[in-house]
Design a protein around this ligand. Structure first.
Ligand SMILES: NC(=O)C1=CN([C@@H]2O[C@H](COP(=O)(O)OP(=O)(O)OC[C@H]3O[C@@H](n4cnc5c(N)ncnc54)[C@H](OP(=O)(O)O)[C@@H]3O)[C@@H](O)[C@H]2O)C=CC1
Ligand SMILES: O=C(CO)COP(=O)(O)O
Length: 340
């Protein structure tokens, strides 16, 4: 049994804490709101984020960050990407001795263009950090808490740490693989949300499975092109955190990114979609970062660029699709190691 704290009690933080508590670990879940930590502790529910779900009785909760940081020999960070840097700055002042940090978030920071593990490494003093592991893959919280079979990957530069995380989470319904390609795993995880927004848009416009299959496969091609230029292993993108997560996020009714895209395709404004969701839509902010990464690494990313114009340049979704379909003729198989 390990002492683990999960930082962030939204849908995913609560779901990973659910798995850890069911695995018999001494798990403490940090919610930034008192009312939510009391609800988790006393009613064993998180009605807002996971309606209808009874949480394990051995799952403890607190709204005091320092209590959570002190409790966990392992800290699992589960807040949206935009909150990661701030949370790390805070927990860095509270850590006594090196901790294993697991993050389960999916995004890239615009402007700095840092991956999440890079932000964590930047903000935590080296002596506070044992290793960083990204836990990622096709895994909607709503299905994990129903104990539906789910597979994910624990990725790290430190394979011993990745294996420790594998052992921590593995159970009958939650299967964990390891991967030493942290760049590939984090890039796949972040950029699939951008493609899922586009898939939602085509569904919202009333297009069918052909369009979605095109987005998934051509999305995978451009994510792989970028990832390989950034130093990732090409085969990572055929795995759980690449193709696997693209499929789940582009096709699931649980996906916030797909839902957001669907509403955009139906003519809603970005502002209304974001304010109405009540949960994080990582792909919107990541689209900005991806657009900047495509320029920085000089990689052709037509789907990402098209989505960027819908989100930030007021291009109507149907015009976006027309423009994509009328692009210059291409060969299908790209040279992943060169230009398209
Ligand atoms: N939901 C899912 O199925 C999956 C999500 N993920 C990833 O996990 C990450 C978290 O997503 P998810 O749990 O779904 O998001 P939610 O929107 O469901 O919850 C976000 C949580 O983070 C808290 N939070 C928001 N901003 C801050 C901040 N500045 N400081 C501290 N806490 C903050 C929220 O608190 P409050 O309630 O007070 O607003 C809430 O508890 C994302 O990167 C997402 O892509 C990965 C796999 C699956
Ligand atoms: O990453 C996820 C599933 O693997 C969650 O996706 P959404 O944020 O689109 O719900």
């Amino acid at each position: 049994m390990k002492k683990v704290s999960v930082i962030g009690a939204g849908s995913w933080g609560t779901a990973v804490a659910f798995v850890l508590a069911e695995n018999g670990h001494d798990c403490l879940l940090w919610a930034r709101r008192d009312d939510l930590s009391s609800e988790i502790l006393n009613e064993h529910t998180n009605k807002n984020y996971l309606p209808g779900i009874q949480l394990p009785k051995n799952l403890a909760a607190t709204s005091e960050l320092d209590v959570a940081v002190k409790h966990g020999e392992i800290l699992v960070i589960a807040v949206p990407t935009k909150a990661i840097r701030g949370v790390c700055v805070e927990i860095n002042t509270m850590i006594e001795g090196p901790k294993l940090i697991v993050h389960v978030s999916k995004g890239i920071e615009p402007d700095s263009l840092k991956r999440i593990s890079e932000i964590i490494t930047e903000e935590l003093t080296a002596s506070n950090l044992k290793a960083v592991v990204a836990l990622s893959g096709p895994s909607h919280a709503e299905e994990v808490v129903l104990r539906h079979p789910t597979t994910v990957t624990a990725a790290s530069d430190d394979m011993q740490a990745a294996e420790e995380v594998q052992d921590l989470f593995m159970n009958q319904y939650f299967r964990v693989y390891t991967n030493n390609d942290l760049i590939g795993v984090e890039i796949g995880a972040a950029l699939k949300n951008v493609i899922a927004l586009a898939a939602g848009i085509t569904d919202g416009l009333g297009y069918g499975d052909n369009a979605k299959a095109a987005l998934i496969t051509r999305g995978l091609a451009e994510i792989s092109r970028l990832g390989v230029k950034m130093g990732a292993h090409p085969l990572t993108f055929s795995g759980l955190t690449g193709l696997g997560d693209l499929i789940v996020t582009c096709t699931s009714v649980h996906s916030r990114n797909w839902k957001a895209g669907n509403m955009l395709g139906k003519g809603n404004s970005l502002e209304d979609v974001v304010s109405g969701m009540g949960m994080v839509i990582e792909g919107v902010r990541t689209a900005k970062a991806a657009h900047q990464l495509a320029i920085k690494y000089d990689v052709s990313m037509p789907l990402t660029e098209a989505l960027y114009t819908v989100l930030f340049e007021d291009v109507p979704p149907n015009v976006m699709v027309e423009q994509l379909m009328n692009r210059m003729k291409k060969q299908e198989v790209d040279d992943l190691f060169g230009n398209e």
